[in-house]
Write a protein that binds this ligand. Structure first.
Ligand code: CA
Length: 267
């Protein structure tokens, strides 16, 4: 099941596909022209777009060129049989696959599933659901639930959290966040990222000094991972790694033997 957006001006095709794909278990939205389609992708991001190349206001290739800088949503273009040049141009403009009209709903559904398999995130969960520790994010509903409690996030905070949750344990630089989350390829102020991270941290109920999910790696960036996994076991605030490296195995390791007497008699 996926949330699909059909951008198709032919009413007959639109309603036939909506019906057929709904029967196959998808949620289907549709728009009759390019501008409304584009707007819809941004307002209610679908899992996949089926895009007719011949639209009344702008052609599918123009739409793709406008879409790609701001969205990586998978797109299958529906093309007429004699549209070879258009099809190639659409693939070059960022389409993920194409299907030649007329086609059966069955064939389209198979292509949709194939594209979603290829493009869905390898890291977290299936389709539009990401899980990191007790944080669960639904990308389609744009909700984030932490330990069973729905977080009240502003759109940018949600985008930021979702971006990090899709890459658990990976250190992401602020520059990268500006480009990917703020869509600001020429950079911007790192301060913007800092401010949003601190808002997000507050909503996650943690502090930079005692991170649970959102870990700052000083001078590098930030990563999302549950405490207690890998190096998250360090109880102290994070960027102590240089010191930890400098004195390997110094002193008793409190987690090595939980039953050991806490008295420091091993030295
Ligand atoms: Ca058309």
């Amino acid at each position: 099941m996926a949330l699909l957006l059909l951008i198709e001006d032919d009413l007959n095709i639109r309603s036939a596909l909506t019906r057929a794909l709904t029967q196959r278990g998808h949620a289907v939205a549709s728009e009759p022209d390019g501008m409304r389609g584009l707007q819809k992708v941004l307002d209610e991001p679908p899992d996949l777009v089926v895009l007719d190349l011949g639209l009344p206001d702008l052609d599918g290739i123009q739409l793709l060129r406008m879409l790609r800088p701001v969205s990586s949503v998978p797109v299958i273009v529906a093309t007429a049989r004699d549209d070879d040049t258009m099809t190639v141009a659409a693939l070059d403009a960022g389409a993920d696959d194409y299907i030649v009209k007329p086609f059966s709903a069955e064939q389209l559904d198979a292509r949709i599933r194939a594209v979603l398999r290829r493009t869905s995130s390898p890291s977290g969960g299936t389709g539009h659901r990401l899980e990191v520790g007790d944080l669960v994010i639904d990308l389609r509903a744009r909700t984030a639930v932490l330990a069973g409690i729905l977080l009240d996030l502003r759109p940018r905070e949600f985008d930021l959290l979702a971006y990090l949750a899709a890459r658990p344990g990976e250190v992401v630089t602020k520059r990268n966040l500006l480009v990917e989350v703020w869509q600001s390829p020429y950079g911007g102020a790192d301060k913007t990222v800092d401010v949003h991270l601190s808002w997000l941290r507050r909503k996650l109920g943690e502090t930079a000094a005692e991170p649970r999910l959102l870990h700052t790696v000083r001078g590098v960036g930030v990563k999302l991972m549950p405490s207690g996994t890998a190096d998250g076991e360090l109880a102290s605030p994070e960027p102590e790694m240089e010191q930890a490296d400098a004195v390997p195995n110094a002193g008793p390791d409190p987690v090595a033997d939980p039953a050991a007497d806490p008295a420091p008699d091993r030295e």
